[in-house]
Design a protein around this ligand. Structure first.
Ligand SMILES: Nc1nc2c(ncn2[C@@H]2O[C@H](COP(=O)(O)OP(=O)(O)OP(=O)(O)O)[C@@H](O)[C@H]2O)c(=O)[nH]1
Length: 381
């Protein structure tokens, strides 16, 4: 692990008794869950509550988190940056109230793992300004995982990736074992232009000292590029307008006879990015499947933002985990057992796709054309 810029001194938070919240973000496949699995083994995580958010209807991430107990909460009813008033606020209130009633041990910190497509602005806004939350929690930092091998493309193509970097207190450059020196230098320079004040740390396989992740000090938009304060300001105005509209609605409705619709959140995600699931009802021939996946990424890799899933491989009693980012396929691993909750309790193979302008039919056709694997329809997210 090496640091390429010196850390800035965190503002003192010793008199602040609110629960610190760390927001772990980073684009699709950047290594957030890998990092989380490393952190969960560290003593500094004792008393921490972890909130995991996923994009798409069929969740995979919470099965990939190695230590799942009551301190790990899955936010699965949508992307937190879109439904932030709902799920995230409810979860943070719930954690606080359950700890107060002594139903769970005291919570010393909260770590939120966002989806790879999350805009961190509304998440930071919620922690800093939602009244119930801001009185009990403080934003202790935004930590952004930046995939050394894909960052340049991801930052060029995705607004979310740029915001994730710009909002960060710490930039963790991941997958350094896979990147050469020239690529690392290019990534470091690119992210420094977006966020010159953030400490950059190079890591491999999620291995990091938790002290680098925690204790950033009270989140300070003023220490970042002027864009950050502007984005948070826009978010504040949007929330004030929504609140006003909600308060005004009954009166206006009585006057006009028509319901007033409160301003909705802006579209946070690129409409060309979609998610769907392929289900394979029968156990898979690993070699035929690997060939099909390899061909898929060769043909469509640029449009594949992320693939992850659990496979039932013929002859293997354990669910095999498959993970891809663009053209890259990672070393498959296995879970120690099949999950006993739906949908995986039926032991069918499922692959979750997050793609840009790649219709599901094209992917299904490709798997059919290779033979040996069969896809059945599931609703898209
Ligand atoms: N070689 C190598 N692989 C890594 C490293 N970090 C993550 N990976 C692999 O990259 C893939 C994606 O990592 P995840 O930790 O699931 O990424 P994520 O950011 O949680 O992904 P999403 O939640 O889908 O956005 C997995 O197969 C990891 O094993 C690393 O430092 N080196």
């Amino acid at each position: 692990m090496s640091s390429t810029t010196p850390p800035s001194a965190p503002p003192p938070a010793s008199h602040d008794h609110r629960i610190p919240v760390t927001i772990l973000t980073g684009f699709l496949g950047a290594g957030k869950t890998t990092l989380l699995n490393h952190l969960l083994k560290q003593p500094q995580m004792a008393g921490a509550a972890v909130l995991i958010n996923e994009f798409g209807e069929v969740g995979v991430d919470h099965h990939l988190v190695e230590q799942v107990d009551e301190s790990v909460v899955l936010l699965d009813s949508g992307c937190i940056c879109c439904s932030v008033q709902g799920d995230l606020v409810k979860a943070l209130k719930g954690i606080f109230m359950r700890a107060l009633r002594k139903e769970i041990p005291p919570v010393t910190r909260v770590l939120i793992e966002t989806t790879g497509l999350a805009d961190p602005v509304p998440v930071v806004h919620t922690v800093m300004e939602e009244p119930f939350i801001a009185e009990r929690y403080r934003c202790d930092g935004v930590i952004t995982a930046v995939d050394a091998t894909h960052a340049i493309t991801q930052l060029g193509d995705n607004r979310e990736a740029v915001r994730q970097v710009a909002m960060a207190d710490r930039l963790l450059i991941t997958k350094c074992d896979l990147a050469d020196t020239a690529t690392l230098a290019e990534v470091a320079a690119r992210i420094a232009t977006l966020n010159p004040g953030a400490q950059q740390v190079e890591i491999s396989h999620g291995s990091i000292d938790p002290d680098v992740v925690f204790g950033c000090g009270l989140y300070d938009p003023g220490a970042k590029s002027p864009d950050v304060a502007a984005w948070l300001g826009e978010e504040r105005v949007r929330h004030q307008q929504a609140r006003k509209a909600a308060l005004a609605a009954p009166l206006a409705w009585r006057k006009s006879g028509q319901p007033i619709v409160a301003p909705t959140a802006p579209a946070r995600h690129d409409a060309n990015v979609t998610s769907y699931v392929l289900t394979f009802p029968e156990p898979l021939n690993w070699f035929a499947f690997s060939d099909a996946l390899g061909l898929l990424l060769q043909v469509y890799g640029e449009r594949v933002l992320r693939i992850k899933g659990l496979l039932n491989v013929a002859g293997d009693p354990l669910p095999r985990i498959v993970q891809c980012v663009q053209h890259s396929i990672y070393q498959p691993t296995s879970l120690p057992a099949w999950p006993d909750q739906p949908p995986y309790d039926d032991r069918k193979s499922r692959l979750v796709f997050i793609v840009r302008e790649l219709p599901r039919t094209a992917v299904v056709e490709l798997f059919y054309s290779i033979g040996g694997v069969e896809a059945e329809a599931e609703p898209s997210a």
